[in-house]
Design a binder for this molecule. Sequence first.
Ligand code: ADP
Length: 662
Amino acid sequence: MFSKILIANRGEIACRVIHTARRLGIRTVAVYSDADRDALHVALADEAVHIGPAAASESYLSKQKIIAAAQRTQAEAIHPGYGFLSENADFAEAVETAGLIFIGPSPASIRAMGLKDAAKALMERAGVPVVPGYHGDRQEPGFLAEQADGIGFPVLIKARAGGGGKGMRRVDRPEDFAASLEAAKREAKSAFGDDAVLIEKYLVKPRHIEIQVFGDSHGNAVHLFERDCSLQRRHQKVIEEAPAPGMTEEMRSAMGEAAVCAARAIDYCGAGTVEFIADVSGGLSPDRFFFMEMNTRLQVEHPVTEAIAGVDLVEWQLRVASGEPLPKSQDELTINGWAFEARIYAEDPSRGFLPATGTLSRLHFPEGEVRIDAGVREGDSITPHYDPLIAKLTVHAPDRAAALAKLTRGLEQTQVAGTTTNLDFLIRLSRQPDFAAGHPDTGLIDREVEALTSVQQPDDAALAIAAIVEAGGLARADVSDPWLSLGAWQLWGEPSRPVTLHFAGDQRSCRVTVRDHSSFGVAFDDRTIQVRLFANDGGARRVEIDGRQSRVDVFETPAGMTLFLDGQTHHFYRLDPLDGGEEAASGGDRVIAPMPGLVKIVRVREGDTVAKGQALIVMEAMKMELTLTAPRDGIVESLHVGEGDQTSESAVLLSLRPEDAA
Ligand code: ADP
């Protein structure tokens, strides 16, 4: 076994690898960029080496700097985590050339699966079923359009170098093919530096079921069952589970065998995942699953497999990379119970899941019952430089219903303030009836997106508590405990105060009246709510509203306050009357950058007449393409950016004037 390894990654996966290494008595070396000097993974590692600026291309993607860091600290092996260089065959090769061990498969295995088109052809030859489509070399738009016609719409255009759903476009009608092809190629070019695509039949109601495989250097290969990752948005996984609901033993062994066959076809060594798409239009069936791709690394969602199989996959990786045989044979592996994992992101589901940033003034996870894989601590920032994942929450229980109940409860007890998160979306998703009944499919989130992401107005209880906190007035600015600030307010001897609360797209005015030491009346236009606060006993704050007690926590954020009540998160904003936020929110005359990013395409010129909803500017931010549209009909009065410009959050990119005001 190794005595020291370097982890060529950051965030939760670097922390995850460090935990297992530490348990096995292996010393760890972290690497970090300027943005991560004080990051959790750096604090957890035994040693850490600075490798450059925040931009990943100059730090976490720099092969030379990482290998130099390993040599300098005398690490024997490099664990690539996932993302970054984990599936980069040139990196794996350079690591070996430098006399170090790459904790992952051989460069040849990575190459064989690196491009989706070549991988499909290889799998076809190995007798593994693949999705019907064109995965050849020809790339002329006209030829690809003909192929699409031959396959039959809808089709899916995929970047052959793709990953994370990027460079992927569903096309429903022949007339949309050319534009989608162009967009897919552009996204592929910028994400992977390779714009070649393949065309596949688009399965209308599919499930994404993948098999965890593991090989060693002694010619052994096993599978560790399946994961169902059908809950996706924009082709990215949201909640994963293992095993897959409705899976029969017959289908499980057919898929397991196909996956092991894929691994053997490329002499696979280490952890890998063979992704299949299953056509479930007629239920799960052993003759209707198709190979999509193989990921030659550890997956984000590996904890659900660890939970049901009772293994530590990072430990297996370390053992296999150091030359040991697989710890278990196929016969020794069994499924125990059910597991779910939810990915908690800093993002705004109500604004198309736009990635968010911010400083986590509160970060609290339920203790005991759940597994948390986090890459950040309370007080850390989510920056625009990297993936905005905050943590993964994994639960394990004897059966699916119990595990799902645990997932919902775990999410409800998670508290994040200082940024917008997808927690409420995840909670609603965990209760979605089709999913709860064990019928997930990759289109579920899109179909239900309105119900899952609509902004929920705070209820009476949340409004009343927020009003009382807000009424705390001056004392609040320097006392982070709202309960304490109330004492100060009472000293002023005022019987009541008016308060206006601002929350997502709306506001409410009320009057707060002190009744006695700890009870209040909060009067809205049509009703008055009675509130009693209890002293802070052991961290749990309690409040009684109209005769019912709840637990509540309130945290200050730079923009206002975040309140956690009955498993729900409510944000209240303090509006700065000078910042023009109202106009931006009402989508008036300006197009504003929703986040910091790069202007890729400007589709209009000054003086152009545009219609409401028309695409004006394409931005790239957080590795996503965002199309900004005209808030209303008008004429482009001024354009403040050009292609290639970097913009900051809330920058005005373009101004419109009404057509008749010309
Ligand atoms: P990436 O490597 O970018 O993640 P994948 O090939 O793994 O791309 O596909 C990602 C997701 O896209 C799948 O999980 C599935 O939801 C959807 N998908 C892929 N291929 C098809 C297809 N032929 N029909 C319908 N959906 C598909």
